[in-house]
Design a protein around this ligand. Structure first.
Ligand SMILES: Cc1cc2nc3c(=O)[nH]c(=O)nc-3n(C[C@H](O)[C@H](O)[C@H](O)COP(=O)(O)O)c2cc1C
Length: 174
């Protein structure tokens, strides 16, 4: 028999803590969402990313309202989603605030370029999706940014960086 642990609940139902414990079990791609230009650039590590439609080519990302990049995405109306390769864990940690740098300083030490929209795109990422902001919808602490993908690049021979149970994983070579 497969033993499964029931997530704890209290009188109010599912707690945030129990929800987070459940969500730790979703293995996902790690991305860096980046926006702005020059000294006005900002970005953050994000796993709340999904394809929305392929016609038109559209993705969504969920960004906390307090993130440095949040208001800049809304103002610039453009952003990139950079799907990280397994050799880019240092970038994920940097853009998750783990090394104490914020704003444009997060872009130092790695090669960034630009595609059609001018949003920063990371060299060596598994894929760069260059997006124009189509719509945004606020919900509680976060905003869902819906982006029309207008340009992109991909790196053929590379593995993804994954996040699962609070840690980074590499699925290795096939
Ligand atoms: C693996 C991982 C995934 C994350 N995913 C998201 C996400 O999807 N959306 C989000 O708003 N923050 C996410 N975060 C948190 C942000 O990366 C972090 O709070 C970052 O420091 C926000 O940028 P700021 O310091 O400019 O506010 C994630 C962090 C980690 C480590």
């Amino acid at each position: 028999m497969t033993v499964m642990d029931r997530a704890p609940r209290d009188e109010g139902g599912m707690t945030s803590e129990a929800y987070r414990a459940l969500m730790r079990h979703q293995a996902g791609a790690v991305t860096v969402v980046a926006t702005g230009r020059g000294a006005g650039r900002a970005g953050l590590t994000a796993t709340a990313f999904s394809s929305l439609t392929d016609d038109p080519p559209t993705i969504l990302v969920c960004i906390q309202r307090t993130a440095g990049a949040h208001d800049i995405i809304a103002k610039a109306r453009a952003f990139s989603v950079n799907i990280l390769a397994s050799d880019q864990q240092d970038v994920a940690e940097r853009f998750a605030g783990k090394v104490g740098v914020r704003g444009a300083a997060r872009f130092e030490g790695h090669a960034w370029g630009e595609l059609a929209t001018g949003a920063p795109v990371l060299a060596g990422a598994l894929a760069n999706l260059d997006c124009e902001l189509s719509e945004q919808h606020g919900f509680a602490t976060h905003t869902i940014f819906i982006g029309r993908v207008v340009d992109g690049r991909m790196r053929a021979a590379a593995d993804p960086l994954l996040y699962f149970r609070g840690d980074y994983w590499n699925i290795g070579q096939k």
